[in-house]
Design a protein around this ligand. Sequence first.
Ligand code: FAD
Length: 493
Amino acid sequence: MREKGTKAVVIGAGIGGLTVAALLAQRGVAVTVLESQTYPGGCAATFDRHGYRFDAGATVGCGFHKKGPLALLGEELGISWPILSCRAAWDFIHGDRLIHLSHSKQEILREFPVSEPFWDAQQRLASLLWSLSSEVLPWPPGGFGDISTLLRKVIRKTPSLSPMLPLAYKTALQWLASYGLDTDSDFVRFVDAQLLISVQTTAAHANAVNAAIALDLPAKGTHRLTGGIGSVAEKLAASVNDNGGNVFYGAAAQNIESRGRHVVSVTTSDGRSHPADLVIANLTPESLAGLLGERVSLARNKVPKPEWGAFVLYLGVEESVFNEMPVGHVQIVRERGDLGEGNSIFVSVSPSDDSLRAPEGFRAVTVSTHSRPEPWFEAKAAGKEEYGRLKESYTKKILLLLSQHFNDIEQKIHSVSAATPVTWERYTGRKHGYVGGYPQTSLFNVRGPGTPFRNLFLAGDSVFPGQSLPGVVTGARRVAELVERKFGTRSKK
Ligand SMILES: Cc1cc2nc3c(=O)[nH]c(=O)nc-3n(C[C@H](O)[C@H](O)[C@H](O)COP(=O)(O)OP(=O)(O)OC[C@H]3O[C@@H](n4cnc5c(N)ncnc54)[C@H](O)[C@@H]3O)c2cc1C
């Protein structure tokens, strides 16, 4: 409510921060977004280099399907996303096995026919979960208000929730075991590869309910974004501005000032102080703790700690290499070896008809693999040469895997750059370069947006339901509702 002058400062213009900012600005709050980079999007940004526009991290447009979190957000904010529906989500390649992952499970069933009853159950549960996500459930509950909202919303769905209950405490692997699928090593490797990129852990550890919705992403349908995935953040930032808010770039928050359990302002690196009635930190808890100093602990013992960083190659490649590639994304998994660390890669190629992304005759390619941050920081501490050697060895390993699937690719690469967890820390401010949120091993040991400060909230993939565009948008809507309840903002509509 602008007439009362409610001032919200949002730290970080990632998808989480911008979603909260856009919703609050639309509801009349005076919003200031502080972003340390010169462009929005964070892990879901698109950046310019060497004449290409590369997607930095996220490349697959998830959640834009009918009634999906991004579709609903667009409707609410009056944003028309620059999207085109994809025929298939991505290809999965494991040895000689190639599966197009699409709306239909046909190809999965062709490869793993006995898995059909599992997929039927997965689809039923996922449909329920998608409908719950549109309800913006206040999970985990942060107080009495949340509990009563939860009860009200959940009671309405009680009969349909019953299939979820037995799975709430199971791992995905235990769920597979109930269909006799846990001993099929090829099937488990397929599921592991899907889960690692969506819930940040494999079937042996992933919670079964989280796995159900993660395995549904290709079936729900994916979209490509003209100009790159960064268009989502750009549209959200424009919505903030259109509703009277401000997005400041090159504005790194350095300190959050508080009085007792109340935050009062945010100071940026240029020395400016931004007074605030409420602050939303689109940061990891570790990075937020850095802005609060020693005043409070944000640690939660039982909440799983983030485990993964990412090594990413950005390649400018002659487009002839991809003539035979019908789908824009391909996941390539080595036959043996733990997943990640260059043994499994996700390759995304800019569409041939998106002239914003690459010079004519070329494509902008993002190749990512999960990588543990610790060795990268150790190598960095050991010196430039050691760090350079590690970078080169990952680059070579990935180029070798690529060359086994794309003929002559090495001769047709015109531009190469790489991001390691050290780079991710520098660009996104995420301590130790952890990306992708927390491993989704439990439905109960999860973090909500609350902090020890009454008017300071977390948004982004560290809070439930975690990573991905749809996940982060769902979590951010909860923050907007929480703020509305606590601070009495109201819609302008
Ligand atoms: C390699 C990779 C591939 C992925 N692939 C997909 C995919 O295909 N599809 C999908 O849906 N999701 C994908 N994801 C996940 C998705 O990108 C993230 O979950 C989501 O973008 C995280 O958004 P966020 O709002 O939590 O924060 P972030 O993206 O981390 O944004 C935080 C923002 O805060 C800014 N910031 C940090 N510190 C400060 C400070 N002190 N002051 C001011 N600003 C600050 C940062 O610069 C950044 O812009 C992928 C992630 C990665 C890393």
